[in-house]
Structure formats: C-alpha cells, structure tokens
Design a binder for this molecule. Structure first.
Ligand SMILES: O=C(O)c1ccccc1NCC(=O)[C@H](O)[C@H](O)COP(=O)(O)O
Length: 223
C-alpha cells in the first residue's frame, strides 16, 4: 500500500497546482472561518474544479451543521469529509448516510487516554487522522504546527487506515512514520512561510521527503 500524502489548507490556484504537480494524493480545503486557511464557498468551488480528479479533495470542517455541509457538498463535492471537531460517532454515521461520502475523523492526541475514543470512531469512520491536541486557548482545533508524542501510537492496533499529522515537515516525517506506522502523512504549517501562506518549495520538499521515506521503507520490507 503506497503512502498517502495530504497537503492541507490550500487556498490559492498556484500552490494547489504545485501540490498536484508534485504528486499529492489528497488536497485539503478548510471551511472554518477562524482559520487563516478558511475558504469561501466560491473559492472552494473554483479550486475544486482545478483539482480535476488529480487528487482526492478533502473538505475540512469543525462541528459543521447539515446546512454548512450541504453548501460545501454543492461547491466542492469533496471525496472525503474530514471532521475535525467534537463530532460524535452518531454524527459521523449521520453525515455518511446524508452525503454518501467517506469520512476521516480527526483524533486529537496528547496523552494515551486520548486513544480511548478509537473503538467508537473506528466502527463508523473510513479513516482516522491523528493530530496533536490543540491547547485549551487555541483558536482552532488543528493546523497549529505542533507535533504530539508519536511513541503514543507505537503499539497501536487499528484495523482502519490512518494518517499522522501535527507539526510535520520534510525533516521529521520519516521518524513520525517509523514510530506510528501510519499509512499517510498530512501537513499544513510545515509547508507554509507564514500562517495560511503555502510555500511552493516547501510543498515540493515535503512530498519528495515522503516519497523517499516510502521508497526506503519498501526497500527494507523486501530484504
Ligand atoms: O488547518 C487549519 O487551519 C485547521 C483549522 C481547524 C481545524 C483543523 C485544521 N487543520 C487540520 C489539518 O488537517 C491539518 O493539516 C493538521 O491539523 C496538521 O496541521 P499542521 O500541524 O499545521 O501541519
């Protein structure tokens, strides 16, 4: 299974094109007004068209109601909904049934007890995204550029596909993958020159590093 690479929080045509050209598997679009990466529905529609099936479109929301999700569905037609709030297992089930799209549930991690939510979510979600738990005074639950202790996932036994995120960059993603054995990596701050400002060279460097890590892991597995 090849490593999935997600570039999240894209908000311009140029940097979206860079991510697609560099081979991102997933491109994430944030619909959460307090975020510096928040997109209007109009921009989401425009960027969504630009993707043109070259990657999976991920719509990122936080405790969004049905009307908000309806609007995002109409504008972006996401391949995956990434639910990054306090959405319950029942809410995940509702969203899957209402929109007929896979859902990726973000699970905030700071201590091992944070993993207690996994059995419930794993019964409904299609994929899990492990992210660093945001500080209590944070203005958003993700996209903060801080890692969590990847050792917390060392003994994880999860049948569901999962990604690791939180403070990743080209220089640390290999270690994150080694410790977590995640099937994908997700990044936002680590490819930005400033909050919400994606850097094309950093995007390319991250994807190069992810592919190099994937190749090295595959070489080891065939020895
Ligand atoms: O990116 C945001 O601004 C954001 C806002 C609200 C909820 C989640 C958000 N991002 C979620 C992501 O999938 C990020 O890629 C993930 O948290 C990693 O972010 P970073 O640590 O900045 O790489």
């Amino acid at each position: 299974m090849s490593l999935l690479v997600k570039i999240c929080g894209l908000s311009t045509r140029e940097t979206l094109e860079t991510a697609l050209d560099a081979g991102a598997d997933m491109v994430g679009f944030v619909f959460f007004p307090p975020s510096p990466r928040h997109l209007s529905l109009e921009l989401g529609r425009d960027l969504g068209r630009q993707v043109n099936r070259r990657a999976l479109k991920v719509a990122l929301t936080v405790d969004a109601d049905d009307a908000t999700l309806d609007n995002i569905m109409d504008a972006l037609s996401p391949d995956i909904f990434q639910l990054h709030g306090r959405e319950s297992v029942a809410r995940l089930r509702d969203i899957k049934q209402r929109f007929g799209r896979p859902v990726m549930k973000a699970v905030p991690v700071a201590i091992s007890a944070d993993l207690a939510v996994l059995p419930g979510y794993a019964a409904v979600a299609d994929r899990i995204l492990f992210d660093a738990r945001a500080p209590k005074d944070a203005t958003r639950p993700g996209g903060l550029g801080e890692p969590f202790d990847w050792h917390l996932l060392e003994n994880l036994d999860l049948k569901l596909p999962y990604m690791v995120s939180g403070g990743l960059h080209a220089g640390n993603l290999t270690e994150a993958l080694r410790l977590t054995r995640a099937g994908g990596v997700d990044v936002s701050s680590g490819v930005e020159s400033a909050p919400g400002v994606k850097d094309p060279e950093m995007i390319k460097a991250f994807i190069r590093a992810a592919r190099a890590s994937q190749d090295a892991s595959q070489e080891l597995s065939v020895r």
